[in-house]
Write a protein that binds this ligand. Sequence first.
Ligand SMILES: *[C@@H]1O[C@H](CO)[C@@H](O)[C@H](O)[C@H]1NC(C)=O
Ligand SMILES: *[C@@H]1O[C@H](CO)[C@@H](O)[C@H](O)[C@H]1NC(C)=O
Length: 408
Amino acid sequence: MKLLCGITLFLSIAVAYYIYIPLPGQISEPWKLMVLDATFRGVVWMGDVAHSVGLSHSVRVINFAVVSFESVVPATYNEIWVEDTLFDGVHVRIYHPPGKKEGHLRRAVVFIHGGGWSLGAPKLGSYDSLCGQMSADLDAVVVTVDYRMAPDVHFPVQYEDCVQAAKHFLKPETLAQYLVDPERVAVCGDSAGGNLAAAVAQRIGIDNSISVKFKLQVLIYPVLQALDFNTASYQQNQNVPILYRKLMARFWLEYLGADPDLIHSILINNHTAQDQNHMSLNRSKLDWTTLLPKRMIKHYKPVIPVTGSSNILKDVPALLDARAAPLLADEEVLRMAPRAYVLTGEHDVLRDDGIMYARRLELAGVPVTNDHYEDGFHGCVSFAFWPCFFSVGIRAVQNYIAWLEENL
Ligand SMILES: *[C@@H]1O[C@H](CO)[C@@H](O)[C@H](O)[C@H]1NC(C)=O
Ligand SMILES: *[C@@H]1O[C@H](CO)[C@@H](O)[C@H](O)[C@H]1NC(C)=O
């Protein structure tokens, strides 16, 4: 009996120790987040183990867990008619709201899901529910893009899939087929999907061969650059779940098809050290000491080593490619981009990617609404659905949909 009590006590302490992580005071529902994070950390750990013994690529293991979880989560919409089809060879799902009226054209949203360009199941669970909710609340046609992902494909395939699907949808004949108003189409994405949405919006904006343009872009905690892993928010939130700084750097290297061992160099900004005078490295585009408000910079200092690991920018040219890192676009490109809504969370390593992009769009003359959540953490929008509810997730979803309702 004593032994059993002892074991139980030991296991309880071990579990509590595993789950507990110190979190910032204002973060939304810290205990829930710790449990969510412990689960996610466990999955990532299993992926790493499977990878290191040569069983499977770690990303496949993590995605298997994500897909398994999402497949048991029921969709929360009804009355929406769902259609799976191909847009110019790219898999998409279309959500049609009920009640077609003769001659009435609807609004539309092209949605691009997140998951580090390598994870996520747009037709299942939370993303399915989110798209169904957008379609119902906005009485809009929603197209979710099931683009191909890493490790099967790398940049620029994810980007090209999304561009192709968007271009196909924006064709006047496609819009007519789905009874969509060409003046009222938005592009929207979260996290890596926000990266792709921003990149697609830039591409469509400058392409003179496309007559119908997006009216709006909605970027939910987007990831926008890989040249500085020591922005104020990367420093402040490096250990805040669920998107740790190291994990984000891993996702980047996987997306760009680069050597995973480069992680040690890029985390300390060796790739953008002072001696890396690459022609197209323009630091002012991501100079957070000028692009961020003082209250966000706080006491954090830029990390620019004097000497770095040479050749990373040459070996991985996509690091400097605005199609991969939309924050690096020239002002002339930004000027052609649609009006923007940028959602950011204080406790997110990507906070400054979003804030800097919002600022650069503004400087280029594009109207921007920035909704900043003081209790927000990365991924919260995916946790507005059964069984994982976070109050900040529910508010964030309501607010961005309300913004679309008003402006689309
Ligand atoms: C660097 O970027 C800034 C901000 O977009 C721009 O004003 C400047 O002209 C750029 N410099 C070069 C050399 O391209
Ligand atoms: C960063 O660059 C310096 C200078 O070249 C080098 O000594 C150091 O080993 C590099 N660090 C990493 C982690 O690559």
